[in-house]
Design a protein around this ligand. Sequence first.
Ligand SMILES: CC(C)(COP(=O)(O)OP(=O)(O)OC[C@H]1O[C@@H](n2cnc3c(N)ncnc32)[C@H](O)[C@@H]1OP(=O)(O)O)[C@@H](O)C(=O)NCCC(=O)NCCS
Length: 184
Amino acid sequence: MGNSPGTPNTSPTPRPPPRRPAVPPPLDRQESRGGGYAHRIRRARPDDYDNLIGIVDNWWGRAAVHNLPRMFLDHFHRTSLLACDDAGISGFLVGFGSPSDPYTAHIHFVAVRPDARKSGLGRTLYEAFFTIARSDNRTRVTAITSPTNYTSIDFHRSLGFTVTGPIPNYNGPGRSLITFTRPV
Ligand SMILES: CC(C)(COP(=O)(O)OP(=O)(O)OC[C@H]1O[C@@H](n2cnc3c(N)ncnc32)[C@H](O)[C@@H]1OP(=O)(O)O)[C@@H](O)C(=O)NCCC(=O)NCCS
């Protein structure tokens, strides 16, 4: 039954869905000091992949390219970050909001150029990611690492993550991992 002409429509006006900005707030003006350099932090772009994949093994000190397929930059660049200083790329973070768990954002990969480490850049990248996660209504950030990556374990503990593990067979037989979780 519809309303007859002239009868006020008393049905409640449907509420528009909550607005989420298509373009997230700019990070380009963020700066951090580490190793005596000013680091400019911005959102990653898909074409950053070609530069990043050329440096990861060197920065990790071992083969790590298999952990960073191009799809991460193609599909998660909005929630990933790149830091640059006068010497070029100084750090990056690849992370994303879980498509299945609306409360969780996950950091897949983080690295700081060796000469820029221990000066707060890794922390700054994480804090910038926390800001993105919160603006996407995420309440929890997770990450994982190998049980032998003591630097990563200390780093995450310093940033307030709960450290769990090693969890046996986490990524299949014989592949134990440490998990990190932190509210944001
Ligand atoms: C892990 C990594 C990103 C840390 O970056 P960073 O810029 O050196 O870290 P920060 O200077 O911001 O340090 C933040 C905290 O972590 C701690 N930390 C960083 N490196 C550490 C180390 N080698 N040993 C112990 N603690 C360390 C710092 O003491 C600091 O704590 P504080 O602020 O309470 O003093 C960097 O070491 C790196 O790129 N490592 C190689 C790649 C890697 O292992 N990534 C992690 C995989 S999950």
